[in-house]
Write a protein that binds this ligand. Structure first.
Ligand code: ADP
Ligand code: MG
Length: 697
């Protein structure tokens, strides 16, 4: 049985079993079979040591000739390897006792790493693996392609380096592979060009070719995405069948008044999004909608409209934003647009005084408050609604899945609208937001003049200062952004503090220059932001705290120092702070004169396109999905064990269409049974911890 503990394998007693469980998370034989190699070595492409040159990344194999602790104060272990063509020294620092034990003259070893030259050829802390093995398992270690596994010092000390893992995985495959049953119909597997599960597991560990290994991994990705999306979609369907909002009567007069009072014409995408939201809110089922729109595309107006529709059904709206600045800005925008319409709006943040908080709680619980806007403070348990109808989450990527559901618990079948200005590639959004319907605002309001983006090396900053002076004298305002707050010894980056001094007391001493950064007190930040918004400040020297959502139309120039230090999406967000008014706006990127090619490439992407989607695609390729969606903070890492969201979009799309078909098939419950019984149970646990019973019953 796949659920058997790994101590059922030869050579693993209870002690080793618990060590492996603790260090590698492998408890059962099934876990072991799914233990993904971290990479493969191609034995046929080993390099001869004599052919290796400096700075090259190479894989070599040879025999250990000598292993000795040497150097000043005996600081490192030198392991000399000979492959018949030449010799090379592998150098290890730290943990010398441990390393001394494992490298023994005569051992056959593989080394992979960067070649350096220090009197003779060497590799410092290379990846290593041993090849010699006694006869019976010779074959598993001498195939052309050799899998390497993640290991730890403790595991290696107990014999579980890659070699040890290969041995126990081989025996697990021999004994248990036949216990694995195929989950999918054979037609589906062959349609997608995938191997069957047994072939996949076997090829994952002992492939005959790299393409076989890659197909095997594809199969695991397919299964993972299939079950995640199946669950998302199944639960969505089920909630349609089991919940309903009872609406006594609907009065959309305030909504209509808002639409006709708007000082501008809605863009077609805004209008369509509002229609989609209206239909959802007025339907009998809870809305689950993502509103995606680039910076400045006008999502706020859509969320105001949504709150008026909710109010029209007699329900309250909660809008949650990631920062206090943003929450207060929404508060004043809502008030501005709704002043003539008569809505009771409250603001609740961490900075709200105790007595104000009490009043706000009471007003909310009594139903007097129509809309409450705030930060995480809205999640406090004391906060109770009279009738929560709509939850709006702004800059959704700043929140975790859990916070979403926490707010949701404050109402019964409340509608949910999550908004994001971080456009993400379709494959990603379909996976991460698989449980949401999507509305998109693709075009910005037509009165916008596109921002001109320019990039200069630091040596040309004089000229940049001159044009800044020029714009200030025309009455414009400036954002001046730097990557770090304080000077630190570790970097040569200019900091906000030092540059602020320089700009305020020196270069722009005749102008009103002020400071904004994340370590300031909330109240100070708010005061400064308000002054900037009302035109009392010419130049705001800031960290990226202004990144999200801030709206000051008269600010038409943003300077970004060390622009090569920012990610693409971040640069795009920052640029979105300007270009909001009637004046031509500029985004000026300064970079070090000795900038790397990679950084220059990113700066060029920003210069060439203003399309957030295109930028996010590029960002995904350059940085991987983890960075883009902040997956580490939000627990997505656990969710995707095999999938790399930045590389697996083809498999994602295939798995998605099959998951849709499965949900709509005659017997979707069949897949729930599979999920319950297999390793995919972990997805259920991760996503739906609280209401598992209702789902699987
Ligand atoms: P974001 O989508 O980044 O949240 P905002 O909602 O802050 O964008 O909108 C940016 C600016 O555009 C605001 O000043 C808003 O009043 C204005 N705006 C929104 N919709 C339109 C429109 N259809 N026409 C003109 N200006 C608009
Ligand atoms: Mg916004």
């Amino acid at each position: 049985m796949l659920e058997s503990g790994i101590q059922t394998l030869k050579g693993i007693g209870p002690q080793k079993a618990s060590l492996i469980k603790k260090e590698a998370g492998i408890g059962s034989v099934g876990d072991l079979l799914y233990y993904l190699p971290r990479r493969y070595l191609d034995r046929s492409s080993f390099k001869k040591i004599k052919d290796c040159f400096e700075n090259e990344i190479a894989t070599i194999s040879g025999t250990i000739i000598e292993s000795a602790v040497t150097g000043y104060k005996k600081k490192h272990l030198d392991v000399i390897i000979d492959d018949g063509s030449d010799s090379l020294t592998a150098v290890f620092f730290g943990g010398l006792n441990y390393f001394k034990k494992i490298f023994n003259p005569g051992d056959q070893i593989i080394l992979a790493g960067k070649i350096s030259f220090f009197g003779k050829k060497q590799m410092v802390h290379p990846d290593f693996d041993f090849l010699d093995e006694s006869s019976s398992i010779q074959s598993i270690n001498t195939g052309r392609i050799v899998p390497l596994y993640r290991s730890t010092e403790k595991l290696r000390a107990a014999g579980f380096d890659s070699r040890g893992f290969r041995r126990i995985i081989r025996s697990a495959i021999d004994l248990y592979l036949n216990d694995m049953s195929e989950i999918h119909d054979s037609s589906i597997i062959s349609k997608n060009g995938l191997p069957g599960i047994r072939d996949a597991i076997s090829a994952l560990h002992f492939p005959e070719s790299f393409s076989q290994a890659s197909d095997a991994r594809d199969r695991l990705v397919y299964d993972e995405i299939f079950f995640i999306l199946f669950l998302f979609l199944f639960i969505k369907k089920k909630s349609r069948e089991t919940t309903s909002k009872i609406t006594v009567h609907t009065d959309l007069s305030k909504f209509d008044a808002f639409i006709s009072s708007l000082p501008f014409q809605l863009t077609p995408d805004q209008a369509l999004s509002i229609e989609e939201i209206k239909k959802d809110i007025l339907s009998g089922y809870p809305m689950n909608r993502l509103l995606q729109g680039d910076v400045g595309s006008g999502k706020t107006a859509v969320s105001i409209a949504a709150s008026l529709i909710a109010a029209g059904t007699g329900r309250q709206t909660a809008l949650m934003a990631p920062t206090e600045i943003l929450a207060s800005q929404h508060y004043s925008t809502f008030n501005k647009f709704l002043s003539g319409i008569g809505m009771h709006i409250d603001l609740l943040t961490g900075g709200t005084s105790r007595s104000d908080r009490k009043t706000i709680y009471e007003s909310l619980a009594s139903g007097k408050t129509d809309i409450i806007i705030g930060t995480h403070a809205l999640l406090q348990p004391e906060l109770k609604f009279n009738k929560l109808g709509l939850i709006v989450i702004d800059e959704q990527h700043r929140f975790g899945v859990e916070q979403r559901s926490e707010l949701r618990k404050k109402g019964v079948d409340a509608d949910l609208l999550v908004m994001t200005a971080t456009p993400i590639p379709r494959s990603l959004s379909l996976t991460l937001y698989g449980d949401l319907d999507i509305s998109q605002i693709k075009t910005r309001p037509s009165n916008r003049i596109p921002v001109k983006t320019l990039a200069f090396p630091s040596s040309r900053r004089r000229g940049v200062y001159n044009s800044i002076e020029n714009y200030i004298s025309q009455g414009r305002q400036i954002y001046y952004v730097l990557p770090i707050i304080d000077d630190s010894e570790k970097t040569e980056l200019k900091s906000v503090m030092s540059e602020y001094e320089n700009l305020k007391n020196n270069i722009f001493r005749h102008r009103r220059v002020e400071l904004l950064h994340g370590r300031m007190k909330q109240q100070e930040k708010d005061v400064t932001m308000k002054k900037f918004a009302s035109g009392e400040i010419d130049m705001l020297v800031s960290t990226t705290v202004i990144e999200v959502g801030v709206d000051v139309p008269n600010a038409s120039v943003i300077i970004i120092e060390h622009s090569d230090r920012f990610g693409l999406s971040q640069l795009h967000q920052l640029r979105g702070r300007v270009g909001r008014g009637i004046h031509q706006s500029f985004c000026i990127l300064l970079y070090q004169d000795n900038i790397s090619e990679d950084s220059l490439k990113r700066i060029n992407i920003i210069k060439e396109t203003d399309d957030g989607f295109e930028i996010s695609e590029q960002d995904l390729v350059m940085r991987g999905s983890g960075e883009l969606i902040g997956s580490k903070q939000h627990g997505y890492d656990e969710l995707f064990e095999f999938t790399d969201l930045s590389k697996d979009s083809e498999m994602i799309m295939k798995a998605r269409s099959d998951a849709i078909a499965a949900v709509n098939s005659d017997n979707p419950g069949r897949y729930i049974d599979i999920i319950k019984k297999t390793r995919y149970r972990r997805i259920l646990d991760l996503l739906y911890r609280e209401n598992i019973q209702t789902i699987i019953s």
